[in-house]
Design a protein around this ligand. Structure first.
Ligand SMILES: NC(=O)c1ccc[n+]([C@@H]2O[C@H](COP(=O)([O-])OP(=O)(O)OC[C@H]3O[C@@H](n4cnc5c(N)ncnc54)[C@H](OP(=O)(O)O)[C@@H]3O)[C@@H](O)[C@H]2O)c1
Length: 274
């Protein structure tokens, strides 16, 4: 697995694992727990050791599933990310949220704690101070945000005394290219990481027949999801967190790494999506 240095001396795989939908979406769903735990463990065994979850997912049940899935592994071998929901960004509420997440995950700490969505009703300064408190208390090693513009990241950082906001999670794929304009160049300049969510376009890219994408996949003897993921992760300071509960799809992710399409094909592919 190719790796990326997300913080000084800390590397994570270029491809991690998303968990939205495992254990339910807005409400918990326990019907596929066994399959999902097996899938998470299979992903870790393949090297997808960056696991992304959130307190919002499955109304907390997804964190419980992740906690159970990672239990047999060495904790240091996993890079565990969770997120605080936008309603919980007041100082005390955020601290309460991370403690509840840690209980559900059955962990003493997470590696990265992210603000899931900005909430303009709550002062950003208060939220950032709460995040800093989480680092100081050892609840999380690193902090970051999601769905933020370069300007908002800059503002968020200005409220932090000692810590560096290391990452922004944003939707980024061939069908969601907006981060290329401002956000990604800013993150690259400031040595932060773009964690690309929905890198498979929420399943649209593998399921629809996009002509250029299909042709390029054939040319490189890869599958469509492999090319779609490869396009994301070969960019500087970008890692991806595709979701799959299907071991065949997880195995397929592995051939998205360790190769690059030539520049001409890359440009043609990029331009084939508006
Ligand atoms: N911070 C945020 O606001 C935010 C927002 C959205 C998502 N996220 C995170 O990012 C993760 C990934 O995003 P996502 O789940 O929205 O979308 P995604 O990873 O782009 O796509 C996931 C979908 O693709 C399907 N899939 C995967 N491989 C496939 C293949 N080879 N062939 C056909 N279908 C395939 C999966 O189904 P199977 O399970 O059947 O393979 C699943 O339905 C989430 O799980 C979550 O952890 C964060």
């Amino acid at each position: 697995m190719e790796h990326h240095e997300i913080a000084p001396g800390v590397t994570i795989p270029k491809i991690g694992l998303g968990t939205w939908g495992m254990g339910g979406k807005q409400i918990e769903d326990r019907r596929w727990d066994e399959e999902n735990i097996t899938a998470i463990r299979f992903a870790i065994d393949l090297g997808l050791t960056h696991i992304d979850t959130a307190e919002y997912y499955g109304a907390g049940h997804t964190e419980e599933l992740v906690g159970e899935a990672i239990e047999p592994y060495n904790r240091e071998d996993i890079f565990l990310t969770t997120k605080v929901w936008r309603d919980n960004l007041r100082f005390d509420t955020l601290i309460e949220s991370i403690k509840k997440s840690l209980r559900r995950l059955n962990q003493n700490y997470v590696d990265l704690y992210l603000v899931h969505w900005p909430n303009y009703q709550i002062p950003l300064k208060e939220t950032m101070q709460a995040l800093e408190h989480c680092v100081n208390e050892g609840y999380t090693r690193y902090i970051g945000v999601c769905n933020c513009s370069a300007n908002l990241i800059q503002e968020a950082q200005s409220y932090l005394k000692e810590n560096y906001l290391i990452a922004n999670q944003s939707e980024y794929s061939l069908i969601s290219k907006a981060p290329r304009v401002n956000l990604l160049p800013y993150l690259q300049e400031t040595n932060r990481t773009l964690i690309a969510y929905s890198p498979l376009g929420r399943g649209i890219l593998p399921r629809m027949n996009f002509k250029t994408l299909t042709e390029i996949a054939e040319k490189y003897r890869k599958t469509v999801p492999q090319v779609a993921l490869n396009w994301v992760i070969t960019q500087e300071n970008v890692v991806a967190i595709p979701k799959s509960s299907n071991p065949i799809h997880l195995l397929e992710f592995m051939d998205a790494i360790c190769w690059e399409m030539n520049l001409e094909d890359n440009i043609e592919l990029t331009n084939s999506f508006i």
